[in-house]
Design a protein around this ligand. Sequence first.
Ligand code: GLU
Length: 268
Amino acid sequence: MKIQTEGIRRIVVKVGTSTLTHANGTMNLRKIEKLVRCLADIKNTGKQVILVSSGAVGCGLAKLQFDRETLTTRQKQAAAAVGQCDLIGMYSREFAQYGHTVAQILLTKEIIDDEARYEKAKNTVETLLEAGVLPIVNENDTVSDEQIRFGSNDTLAAIVALLSGADLLVNLSDVNGLYTSDPRKDPNAKLLDCVSAITPEIEASAGGAGSARGTGGMVAKLQSARMVTEAGIPMIICNGDDPAMLYSILDGLFIGTYFEAKQEGKTV
Ligand code: GLU
């Protein structure tokens, strides 16, 4: 896919658990190192980067001896508390190598309905970016219950893109993008390069699949694409297996699905 990239200054990058961890749940250090190096380098070019990172529950569970068969919500929330520490510690050390400071922002869905909280989150993100800090956002899984959960970090990433007035949202996934049907089941599935409108046919392509270690799946990604594109922010879904894909995106030529923004003014 070929796109115009002039004018992209502020980028939100979302990375999922399946990209950050091995199959056994432990951190995939090689991938995290590559991702951090790439984001640090992009930041060095003068762009502002916000990272929305999952992985708290996954990393926490890999450390704790909870029985997976009988896992309770309380245990998952406890796992998130353990995993988030590890995750942010890792990011902080890795980014420090390149001279970058990170900040941890944990949000719950309440910010959507509570204008004052939304403003506070927005102001904090803005202040951090102005100060040259790279905010790392996750859902505050430890205190989120069913009523106040984003449910997936795909949705959270869309909220963060809206709240920060980003120029682009990149969703690093474990697939290359949106296909005409599920590529794991249909050998004839074709990658959709560009989506200009999220039609019922496009929705049907998304199916309901999510990976074993993440929660999102294509349905949540499409919902997040709808949220941001309607507000004038384009979104890309691409494979996070090699984070260097982010360089390709900023060079304007990449493999993935590009969701066109609906309004003027935020097109790339
Ligand atoms: N917030 C969750 C975590 O960090 C993940 C949610 C998701 O995978 O979308 O583990």
